[in-house]
Write a protein that binds this ligand. Structure first.
Ligand code: 5GP
Ligand code: MG
Length: 196
């Protein structure tokens, strides 16, 4: 697995620091909200599976408020694709969101298709508020033009894996955000039985 890494874009200690900052900002914003329903501050965290799983696990352990978790599975980069194919719902287990402050969490903001698909669905479930948080935002116009409340890191418009992000469902367990060597993709593109 390590032999497939081209470059480490974000090391694990930088991720940990930034996740702590995001958690503090999310809590501060909720506590300072003028919304009268925030007298008893609580959150429902909705990570988009599978990519946001690791980020969510680290983030919520820095949030010392009562939280619930709802789950949403969306697919946009099926299998060995490295460009978004359009976001699709795969499943959900959201619970009752009515009157709840919802924080939607995704791993990366790229074309914006996922947030455009999911945010209106959450808003239709009568929550007190919906905010969005992504660990990474790619340096491309579509990403910059998509509204989002919290961004961990701005990254170049490259395909990255690690810390939850996959290629062909692998590499999610890498603790850093990395790019992969070209040979990884070339091997996948080779016809079955090829020698490269
Ligand atoms: P969007 O819907 O904004 O185009 O992309 C969001 C989803 O596409 C992410 O949740 C992620 O699953 C996938 N995605 C976008 N860019 C990358 C990338 O560089 N690497 C990986 N592994 N997935 C990506
Ligand atoms: Mg994903």
């Amino acid at each position: 697995m390590d032999a497939d890494i081209d470059r480490i874009l974000i090391p694990r200690d930088a991720i940990a620091r930034r996740v702590g900052e995001l958690a503090r900002q999310i809590v501060d914003d909720l506590l300072q909200s003028p919304d009268p329903s925030v007298r008893k501050p609580e959150l429902t965290i909705v990570p988009i599976l599978t990519g946001a799983m690791i980020f969510c696990g680290d983030l919520i352990r820095q949030i010392r408020l009562p939280i619930r978790i709802g789950l949403l599975a969306v697919s946009s980069y099926p299998g060995q694709s490295v460009r978004a194919q359009g976001a699709n719902f795969l499943g959900q287990q959201l619970g009752d969101l009515s009157g709840r402050h919802v924080l939607l969490i995704d791993d990366i903001l790229d074309s914006g298709g996922t947030l455009r698909l999911v945010v209106p669905v959450l808003q239709s479930l009568n929550p007190a508020s919906v905010k969005t948080c992504v660990l990474l935002r790619k340096d491309r116009q579509a990403a910059r033009e998509t509204p989002v409340d919290y961004v961990g890191f701005e990254i170049p418009d490259e395909f990255v894996v690690g810390y939850g992000l996959d290629y062909d469902d692998y590499y999610r367990n890498l603790p850093e955000i990395v790019t992969l060597k070209k040979s990884v993709f070339a091997a996948a593109a080779a016809p079955a039985g090829g020698t490269e």
